[in-house]
Design a protein around this ligand. Structure first.
Ligand SMILES: [Zn+2]
Length: 90
């Protein structure tokens, strides 16, 4: 019988809590110029993932008020086909 030498279990790597430096302030509160509007899909697109999902508040850093507005405007824009519901089907 072969003796199996167990390797010392690799200690679980401590993951750094925040991989990305996130913007803590809501960009719509800080920037009066930035407007939330379904007619501005360029602005809304920043808050969509590759698969066209809306980025959650804890990541985007938006305040509750603006996140609510954001989802509403994104949904409006989707309805008008200015934004995708999902990534393109292949
Ligand atoms: Zn805000």
């Amino acid at each position: 019988m072969e003796l199996v030498v167990k390797q010392p279990s690799a200690k679980k790597r401590k993951r750094s809590r925040r991989l990305f430096v996130r913007t803590k302030v809501c960009r719509f509160c800080s920037d009066a110029e930035a407007e939330l509007d379904y007619k501005e899909p360029k602005t809304l697109r920043i808050f969509l993932t590759e698969r066209a999902k809306i980025i959650p508040r804890r990541i985007s850093g938006n305040c509750a008020k603006h996140q609510r507005k954001l989802t509403l405007e994104i949904k409006r824009a989707r309805h008008l086909a200015l934004l995708p519901f999902t990534s393109a089907h292949s």
